[in-house]
Design a protein around this ligand. Structure first.
Ligand code: V1D
Ligand code: CA
Length: 489
């Protein structure tokens, strides 16, 4: 956990959210990928979600440094594959605005934001005294345009969240986002601003409960920490854990505290986990999570460093198995944000996120990559599904995975019995959202008709009830400042 304690409070209010059939017509070139899945409760058959996609060409041009493994260029590779596969025909494509400083302040501390805004490669020598305070170093260097980069990826995640809330998208994709390690007061693990926390804070203005799922090979510590004491966000991270692998957290017994007790789920894995073990574990855990927690919205962090052959990763997953996790979550038909994260063998990151863009659109992509100006990255096979497994031995025994599954299911049974999970809640501030949203974003590539403004308004009848929680954390923790946005702080 970070060095300063969080003082965010989350009203423990809940109302029932509904699932709607997506408005997107069929007309897909390829067969829907819904068939052949194992049946589980809460699944929406023939789901045709409306998908929004956020991209900004400039995001791919930032450089962390020559030796640094994080390469934003992977975003350019991804966008080129997505567009050349023609996936923009199935989505509303947006060039999102940058997050404002005020929006970033919803989570991050003012002195940290001031530092991020001011520091540049040219003035960093004068500001070096701040470096240890703000954890600047090899993992999180100062690079040209760093603040702009943060504003771009965070603005996209905030807009994606608002798009779900307004009802004009059922799934919103932002591969630029997913920077799950950033803390309130400091950067960590290549992440400076935590766009995920900012997006979830938006979602909490409307949805009573938000589920965060993280399949990056690293523990989603920044998001877990931000919501550790609330029962309105369940965080669930699958990651390598041995106490040493970055960031060193994510043991199975980190379960949340206070009202948030049992609402943090950690799935610690060993090197070399394979497709079968991972997808089986993922489906078992997520089925139980969905049945127990019944989220109004899902945020799925799709870090691609859990793929085999990743430069920093040590798992054995294929792109098909990684994508299977996305497909599985999609089937629940709950509004979902799909975001990026880690991923350091960039040719495979681009393949993976393109494949997953296809999955959320409900379309099967041909296995041969379309030609792009970046063809050389994908030689010699030019395939969407290269062989990635086999480099690392699988150290996850069947006995280990069975014990892990049993512990997590037990945690969820405890949660079911907890008094706070009686699904109570707050009135949505939806009118404010619809006003905020108007004119902020620009659809750059869509072939689709859009009449978004009253989408959510037309759904208001789905919001069934409002009543006060017995566990109002505002009252427990004292008055909090909610003046600017009505956001839970
Ligand atoms: F190999 C490197 C070369 C240059 C700079 C950094 C690294 C590097 C590799 N792995 N840094 C790491 C990890 N840091 C450490 C600490 C350095 N200490 C001495 C220990 O092991 C950080 C890994 C960050 C992973 C980020 C992420 O994939 O989870 C991610 N998700 O969203 C965005 C990034
Ligand atoms: Ca993870």
């Amino acid at each position: 956990m970070g060095r300063r304690k969080e003082n965010i409070t989350y009203p423990s209010t809940t109302f029932s959210a509904s699932v709607r059939e997506g408005s997107m017509g069929s007309g897909l070139d390829f067969a829907s990928s819904l068939s052949g899945q194992d049946a589980s409760g809460g699944v929406v058959e023939h789901y045709r979600p409306r998908v929004s996609y956020y991209m900004r060409e400039q995001a791919g041009n930032f450089h962390y440094g020559k030796q640094h493994p994080m390469k934003p260029h992977r975003l350019t590779l991804t966008n080129h594959l997505v567009l050349n596969y023609g996936l923009h025909k199935y989505m509303d494509v947006y060039e999102p605005r940058r997050a404002t400083e005020e929006e970033i302040r919803e989570f991050h501390a003012e002195d940290y934001i001031d530092f991020l805004k001011r520091v540049t490669p040219d003035n960093q020598d004068q500001m070096r005294t701040c470096f240890s305070e703000f954890n600047i170093g090899d993992d999180c260097p100062i690079f040209d345009g760093m603040w702009d980069f943060c504003r771009i990826y965070s603005g996209a995640s905030i807009e994606a969240a608002r798009k779900l809330i307004s009802g004009s998208a059922d799934i919103a994709v932002n591969w630029m986002g997913g920077l799950h390690h950033a803390k309130k007061y400091e950067p960590s693990g290549f992440c400076y601003v935590n766009d995920i926390v900012l997006a979830i804070l938006q979602l909490l203005r409307y949805y009573p409960r938000v589920l965060y799922v993280d399949i990056d090979i690293h523990h989603g510590d920044g998001v877990q920490e931000a919501f550790y004491t609330t029962d309105r966000v369940m965080t669930c991270s699958f990651h390598k854990y041995n106490g040493d692998f970055f960031p060193g957290t994510g043991a199975i017994d980190e379960m949340g505290s206070g009202l948030g007790k049992f609402f943090a789920i950690n799935v610690p894995l060993q090197d070399g986990i394979d497709d079968r073990s991972y997808t089986q574990l993922f489906k078992t855990v997520m089925t139980a999570v969905m049945e127990t927690f019944k989220p109004g919205a899902i945020v799925l962090q799709c870090g691609a460093d859990s793929l085999g052959l990743d430069r920093l990763g040590v798992f054995n997953l294929s792109i098909a198995a990684h994508g299977e996790c996305v497909r599985f979550m999609r089937r629940f038909g709950v509004p979902m944000m799909v975001i990026g994260g880690g991923g350091y063998t960039i040719r495979n990151v681009a393949r993976c996120w393109t494949y997953e863009t296809g999955i959320v659109c409900g379309t099967e992509l041909p296995p041969d990559l379309p030609p792009t100006v970046y063809n050389d990255f994908f030689a010699p096979d030019f395939s969407l599904h290269p062989q990635l497994s086999g480099r690392v031995v699988n150290h996850n025994s069947r006995a280990y995975l069975n014990a892990l599954t049993a512990r997590i299911l037990e945690q969820l049974r405890y949660l079911k019995g907890a008094p706070s999970v009686q699904m109570q809640e707050a009135p949505p501030d939806i009118q404010g959202f619809l006003e905020d949203q108007e004119g902020h974003d620009k659809d750059v590539h869509s072939d689709r008709n859009k009449d978004e403004k009253d989408d959510r308004a037309s759904k208001r009848e789905h919001i069934a009830e409002f009543y006060e929680s017995d566990h109002d954390q505002d009252q427990q923790d004292g008055e909090q400042d909610e003046k600017s946005s009505g956001m839970p702080k």
